[in-house]
Design a protein around this ligand. Structure first.
Ligand code: CTP
Length: 409
């Protein structure tokens, strides 16, 4: 049996990037031989094993034929006769289809190294189409390596377009899609992920609500970039530049979905888009089964981002309602993430990327003022039950009035 390092580990070493995960391919072995050497099988019908000590993945060299629609519709053919070249040809991208032996000798039959140098994401063969998830994977790699100058090869983009039009993307499970989307959003240039999906027509299949934002104008006075789709991409870009967590990036992507619902006759204004967008945000959240913290923040940012921008003008009572909606007393982190998303929204505007965002500190100060209201004196006065709740609210309102007065003095 011969063992080679494959995929991302080879690619990233050649790129001079840190290698975290190592995948191995085993040529000339049977399942029985692997088990005899102490490897643990990953799944019943999957020719993949975990190394008894390192826990790294070892896959038997295999060819793969598509037997049905969507994921799960695979049959695997793994046998000791399958060659390294046959295994590599069914992989997604040439830069992912290189193998290396323990002497660092490279096997590169599909010219991955040439494409690394040319900064091209190019599919290896028509077998690319066997797994529609690869459309998302390529867009994710484009987001990751955009900073190095990588682009998607035109013929690969064309294949991605065909796959998007074929209806295959609809068969992807929420779990597999979410894994790609969440990883892509955490890359250095997540906006490139959306751009590539849009270029190949996958965006209108996977995220029609985001696709619909392109071509929708906003008032130039607030949004010099005008286009709502372009704005959304800039907000994502800012979120990555400011190293925001996934929750914030997800909320940034979804915050303006409501603007896609505005009738053309009302353009470029988008009255009540915050509220109108909520049902789209909810459906979007559920379609990808996003984790609860992402779902919650996206809905709150969708509903209240304009409040965030207008923080300094808000009446104390409106400010209090905002703070209550966020349950800032028990969920301080979530309010911080809201503030971050609002700030990214404000910075995601053409020419305004560097403008300061005083609303952030103002909102933090307001939250602190409301939190500082002590409950004990009210208990001492004998308040309880709903009356206690009302009394606390009154005191918080007083505190916010004082805060606002002090801030505007
Ligand atoms: N692969 C593929 N098609 C897929 C998934 C994986 O062809 N849908 C192949 C690629 O050769 C890839 C390898 O399996 O390089 C390992 O996959 P994975 O660990 O998912 O990705 P990496 O390329 O290692 O990239 P990452 O850095 O994102 O983990």
């Amino acid at each position: 049996m011969r063992i080679y390092k494959v995929g991302g580990a080879v690619r990233d070493r050649l790129l001079g990037k840190p290698v975290t995960d190592i995948d191995w391919v085993v040529v000339g072995a049977t399942t029985e031989e692997m088990l005899a050497k102490g490897f643990r099988p990953v799944g019943a019908d999957f020719p993949v094993f975990l190394h008894p000590k390192s826990g790294e993945e070892y896959a038997l060299a295999r060819t793969e034929r598509k037997s049905g629609r969507g994921y799960g519709g695979f049959t695997f053919h793994a046998s000791p006769e399958v060659t390294l070249e046959e295994d590599l040809i069914r992989r997604d991208l040439t830069i992912n289809a290189m193998a290396e032996d323990d002497q660092q000798n490279l096997t590169d039959p599909y010219h991955g190294q040439r494409d690394l140098e040319a900064r091209l994401l190019r599919h290896v063969s028509p077998a690319f189409a066997e797994d529609p998830l690869r459309v998302l994977r390529v867009a994710r790699f484009a987001a990751r390596y955009a900073g190095l100058g990588f682009t998607v090869a035109p013929e690969t983009l064309e294949l991605m377009r065909q796959l998007s039009e074929s209806g295959e993307l609809e068969a992807l499970t929420a779990e597999r899609s979410w894994k790609e989307i969440s990883r892509a959003l955490m890359e250095d240039q997540p906006q490139v992920f959306i751009e590539v999906l849009r270029e190949c027509g996958a965006l209108k299949v996977l995220m029609p609500e985001v696709d619909a934002l392109f071509g929708v104008p906003q008032p130039e006075a607030h949004h010099p970039e005008i286009d709502t789709g372009v704005h959304t991409l800039s907000v994502l870009e800012q979120a990555a530049r400011h190293k925001q967590p996934l929750t914030v990036r997800w909320a940034c992507l979804l915050h303006d979905l409501g603007k896609g619902l505005t009738p053309e006759a009302e353009w470029p204004r988008h009255i009540a888009h915050e509220h109108k967008g909520l049902k789209l945000i909810k459906a979007f959240n559920e379609r990808f089964k996003a984790p609860k913290d992402c779902q919650e923040l996206a809905l709150l940012v969708g509903e209240y981002h304009t409040h965030g921008h207008r923080a300094l003008e808000l009446k104390p009572s409106t400010l209090l309602e905002l703070l209550q909606s966020f349950d800032i007393y028990r969920r301080p982190q979530r309010f911080e993430e809201f503030i971050a998303a609002c700030e990214m929204d404000a910075r995601g505007r053409k020419g305004l990327e560097q403008r300061s965002y005083p609303q952030a500190d103002y909102l933090r100060g307001a939250a602190n003022a409301a939190r500082a209201v002590a409950v004990q004196p009210l208990l001492d006065k004998g308040f309880k039950g709903p009356e206690l709740g009302e009394a606390i609210k009154r005191e918080r309102l007083k505190a916010l009035k004082a805060y606002k007065d002090a801030a505007s003095a």
